[in-house]
Design a protein around this ligand. Structure first.
Ligand SMILES: C[S@@+](CC[C@H](N)C(=O)[O-])C[C@H]1O[C@@H](n2cnc3c(N)ncnc32)[C@H](O)[C@@H]1O
Length: 264
């Protein structure tokens, strides 16, 4: 009887100690990995994640709420851009991926053409399969060398793409070139200096996605490590001479938002 109790107590103690040790070890590894300096992100080819898998995954992610917000803002921003050139309004999505946001903007802006640009043929192939709207024009190209003429875009959007750009300043310079002075930019991304609880959640999600859902790569932790802080992002926009663009931030994300030229 007594020995049964002793075994039970010893078993519980062992289990608690082991669980605590595993959690402490994971926390230590995760915290040691918390980078102060940003690390460049691997390309999709290096990660080995197919575009169709990415698109499926994103459908169930909180990004759908971000797309909805951008779609809501797009009309307002296009009106504020106030192009009087007589051509249809043009929205550019740089690093459009599977094109979910581009399609949603086109559906909500019947008078606009949406240029959805990505360097990945695989992403554009997936976008093409999902695309029904002829006003979405899919372009394979590099954001750092946009195949567009100067001042021909009214609104540029980009979601989860900034941390992927090898040369963020070069892409933002190109964005500046294609926007007129009143042209608008709306960019959403993760921030590397996100609140610690969210950052730990991201690491837990990475464990789950890698081990349980068998997604290749090390995301979302790798994306967080390659993201900018709001101050760095605003500095980058300044370097690209986007004088009216400023950073806003939430506890896990940042926005670069504003006009090409500083409003008077
Ligand atoms: C994480 S995905 C984001 C896709 C999409 N915007 C979204 O919200 O899901 C990043 C995308 O940026 C693209 N990309 C990275 N660097 C690029 C560049 N220099 N020019 C154009 N596209 C680029 C990648 O091919 C990839 O499709």
């Amino acid at each position: 009887m007594v020995s049964n109790r002793v075994w039970r107590v010893a078993g519980r103690w062992l289990l608690t100690t082991l669980t605590t040790a595993v959690i402490a070890r994971w926390l230590r590894c995760a915290l040691e990995d918390r980078p102060r300096l940003r690390r460049p992100h691997a390309t999709e080819e290096e990660v080995g994640l197919s575009a169709s898998r990415y698109a499926q995954f994103m459908q169930y992610s909180p990004m759908m709420l971000v797309y909805r917000r951008i779609v809501r803002l797009a009309g307002q921003r296009l009106a504020a851009a106030g192009s009087d050139s007589g051509r249809p309004r043009r929205v550019l999505d740089v690093g459009c991926g599977p094109g979910t946001l581009a399609a949603a903007i086109a559906a909500s802006q019947p008078d606009a053409t949406v240029l959805a640009l990505d360097r990945s043929a695989d992403m554009l192939h997936t976008a093409r399969r999902q695309q029904r709207d002829s006003r979405v024009c899919l372009i394979q190209g590099d954001g750092a060398a946009l195949p567009l003429r100067d001042e021909t875009v009214d609104l540029t959007v980009a979601t989860l793409a900034l941390h992927h750009w090898r040369d963020g300043e070069a892409v933002l310079r190109e964005v500046r070139r294609v926007l007129p002075a009143t042209g608008q930019m709306l960019l959403f991304d993760l921030r590397r200096d996100m609140a610690l609880p969210i950052w730990l959640l991201m690491h837990l999600a990475t464990l789950f996605l890698g081990r349980v859902a068998r997604l290749p790569g090390d995301d979302p932790a790798a994306s967080v490590a390659s993201a900018y802080t709001p101050a760095e992002a605003e500095w980058l926009a300044g370097r690209a001479e986007l004088r009216g663009v400023f950073a806003r931030s939430g506890f896990a994300w940042l926005w670069l938002d504003g006009t090409r030229a500083r409003p008077d």
